[in-house]
Design a protein around this ligand. Sequence first.
Ligand SMILES: NC(=O)c1ccc[n+]([C@@H]2O[C@H](COP(=O)([O-])OP(=O)(O)OC[C@H]3O[C@@H](n4cnc5c(N)ncnc54)[C@H](O)[C@@H]3O)[C@@H](O)[C@H]2O)c1
Length: 467
Amino acid sequence: MTDTYSALVNNPVGGFVAKNLGLPKPVPLDRYVEGAPLIDGAVLVGSAPGGRLGPSVATILAGADAHVDSRLDDEVRSPLGAAGVDAGVWNPEAPGSQRWKGLVFDATGITSSEQLRELWSFFHPTIRRLAPSGRLIVLGTPPEDCTEPRHATAQRALEGFVRAAGKECRYGATAQLTYVAPGAEERLESTLRFFLSPRSAYVCGQLARIGAGKDVPGIDWERPLHGKVALVTGASRGIGEAIARTLERDGAHVVGLDVPPLADDLEKVVSSIGGSAIVADITDPEAPAQICDELQAKHGGVDVVVHNAGVTRDKTLGGMDEERWSLLMDINLSSEERINDALIERDLLNDNGRVVCVSSMSGIAGNAGQTNYSTSKAGVIGMVQSMAPVFAERGATINAVAPGFIETQMTAAMPIGPREAGRRMNSLSQGGLPVDVAEAIAWFASPASTGLNGNVVRVCGQSLIGA
Ligand SMILES: NC(=O)c1ccc[n+]([C@@H]2O[C@H](COP(=O)([O-])OP(=O)(O)OC[C@H]3O[C@@H](n4cnc5c(N)ncnc54)[C@H](O)[C@@H]3O)[C@@H](O)[C@H]2O)c1
């Protein structure tokens, strides 16, 4: 749907009026186009003394052919040199006119609250030099993996820094935190690539936790899902269609699923991407068996399962009939549990398999008129967290994205007041696109995302509502 306000304030007259009235001016966000470099501009790398991620960051940036700058300190320059990166030098005392597309700071060396000053020291002279759609990224150690209380305290503090910095970023720039468990340094690449690239256009103020995972050599970063089979429920339109197209772009054979009344729409989508269709209502008691039978017979199993199908049936609780509650809960949550159980029972999830769920910001913040929806979407988060160890035992992962305001048929049908509020009340002052949700799902779905398990990442432009 067209965002008329955005179009208006991005012309000279509208921009002038918006500036003088102090109105938000959403800027067009950089989004990924096939074949584009990982990041379109220089990356400034820094580290607190004692950081342990320098070699991983250097190797990743070298592999991505990124243009890298750093200060003169050895802590950063020696791993860059060892990885073959010919980094430029930036001197904060003689700042020049540099701008960076990415600022990456390894904060793993921070072990006390006093040392948090290192954040100020790196970002104070640089945050205003972040280019439009730039990326501010902090890397830390999960507080739960720190043995000393002061170490854990300082690492937990990073979250507040990143969330506040995200709200200060301008012109479509974003901020993210990634906690990397000790021993999981080799698992950083898919997440650092996602957060640096325009694929994470509408993700801001988020944190990802990377833990142990398996070695997955030889990733083709352009087509990481080559040779993989991905099931996407609710694939005939909206976010599901974008997920199907994005996973196909990344190399997967997509099996789209949707309800019988949308069979024709589903067929159009899957045939346009060389995929195949399963026509089923996921609440049908026979659906899990039907899905498993088809995946087994045609593909011998499945690599990626995306639980996207979902509905709203809004009504305040006092006026909500039982059907609105029960049908929604069955579609949005219980059917996903039954499908997961069937896939596990029949051992159809291939090695290094991925389950990715679509929750919602309503499941985090709650929403008036949506007790049923918020319950179901919070339940999806519960399912991800409780099933993460179960899938880990099978060498697989389960994660979720929680979209905020995404421009779809669902949000176009909202009354104008809540619609405009939903669009503007986030750090980027605009709604996201279905492809933004799809890119986050593709990140979790990648075989390289082996250390990500039990994560919930919001795709909401850092909505002011909720955590
Ligand atoms: N649009 C947003 O702003 C937004 C925000 C947060 C979360 N979400 C979630 O994203 C997902 C997709 O939302 P959307 O906006 O694309 O909605 P949509 O209504 O356009 O698409 C939902 C799809 O799910 C399918 N579906 C519904 N019930 C089904 C069933 N019983 N069996 C099989 N398929 C079924 C529908 O037919 C449809 O194709 C949903 O889970 C939704 O809750 C959307």
